[in-house]
Design a binder for this molecule. Structure first.
Ligand code: COA
Length: 337
């Protein structure tokens, strides 16, 4: 891969944002029949943030995360060439990235959405990397943002305990080939299993008539999930993807400094690390505070780990996203500051 690139790519800065409202497990036990003990034991989640202000949207979170990343490197938004917004909960089905472009004043940037649920941020990062490594663009803003609280069935205790709202951003910048920080990737999809985790479009019972047209319409409803199957999928497929990616780069698991997995469930994180014989003290996790924030979970955890100096210069980080689609995606980066 390195031999065919025109220029290197590296992450210059990250930023993140979460809503103010904290909902802990005790609060949830007043909404559905559950308990703090059950949720912590089965998932590792203690609380999550929920966007409740009717005037705030996913764009407010995404723009705050982006502004924080830009501020860290004093970058003018007009320097951004491209914005990729990974989200599965846009506030406009035609796409929300253009609203983000307008809100942060990145007037020269092309902007589009990328929908791949909890793998969205990794797929967006890989997409952005192509545009940089082939010489098309210099600065790309990659944002993972989701507000799955808007699509959660708050009477379904098997799903409503899992998710939270957040946004995370990363600025990817061109650099000399020798400084390339995006080492490789491995991507997968298995559409046959899409029903295991989805927000299906459901037809209305009534058919609308308009003059001669007979039209059946419907709407998107709530998250539906087969938790056991999704659990088995993640624990079996993610280690395979990581090993394939590391093998292609001739990197051994012992060379890895950090394992940053989509923050879905503490048991999944531990099981994947165990299968890879990676010590659990190399796992980056902030799941207990935010729950599963879908496309935001990886950049949110990455931003926190960089801010508190957990990740330091030259560290190699394996990042894997997995979820609805089903999709799963691994990227290996080396942190260069
Ligand atoms: N509180 C208390 N009990 C609950 C509960 C809750 N919030 N949710 C489910 N239960 C009950 C079930 O009704 C079931 O009761 P029963 O035995 O009387 O039928 C029991 O707990 C066990 O349910 P089960 O679904 O087998 O639990 P589990 O051990 O598989 O854990 C998940 C459920 C959702 C935590 C687990 O399957 C999981 O994490 N899956 C992966 C989900 C995920 O990460 N999705 C996103 C990927 S991006």
């Amino acid at each position: 891969m390195m031999s065919s690139i025109l220029q290197g790519a590296h992450i210059l800065a990250t930023g993140s944002a979460v809503p103010d409202l904290r909902v802990n497990n005790r609060h949830l036990s007043q909404v559905v029949e559950t308990s703090d003990e059950w949720i912590v034991t089965r998932t590792g989640i203690k609380e999550r943030r929920i966007l409740d202000d009717k005037d705030e949207s996913i764009i407010d979170l995404a723009s705050l995360a982006s502004a924080r990343a830009l501020k860290k490197v004093s970058m003018d938004p007009l320097e951004i060439d491209l914005i990729i917004l990974a989200t599965s909960s846009p506030n406009d089905l035609f796409g929300s990235a253009s609203q983000l472009q307008a809100k942060i004043g990145a007037d020269k940037a092309v902007a589009f959405d990328l929908t791949a649920a909890c793998s969205g941020f990794v797929l967006a990062l890989v997409t952005a990397t192509q545009f940089i490594q082939n010489g098309s663009y210099t600065n790309i803003l990659v944002v993972g943002a989701d507000v799955l609280s808007k699509w959660t069935d708050w009477s379904d205790r098997s799903t409503c305990i899992l998710f939270g709202d957040a946004a995370g951003a990363a600025i990817l910048q061109a650099c000399p080939k020798e400084k390339n920080g995006i080492l490789g990737f491995q991507l997968n999809t298995d559409g046959r299993k899409y029903k295991q985790l989805s927000i299906p479009y459901e037809k209305d019972n009534e058919t609308s008539y308009h003059q001669t047209l007979k039209i059946t319409q419907g709407k998107f409803k709530y998250i539906k999930m087969d938790g056991k199957e999704v659990y088995k999928f993640a624990v079996s497929q993610v280690p395979i993807s990581i090993m394939q990616c590391l093998d292609s780069l001739k990197i051994s698991t012992s060379d890895i400094d950090w394992l940053l997995l989509h923050q879905a469930n503490a048991r999944i994180l531990d099981a994947v690390a165990h299968k890879l014989s990676i010590n659990s003290n190399k796992l980056i996790s902030n799941l207990s505070k935010y729950g599963n924030t879908s496309a935001a979970s990886i950049p949110l955890a990455l931003d926190e780990a960089l801010d508190n100096n957990t990740i330091t210069s030259n560290d190699k980080i394996v990042i894997s996203g997995f979820g609805a689609g089903l999709t799963w995606a691994t990227i290996v980066i080396q942190w260069k500051c």
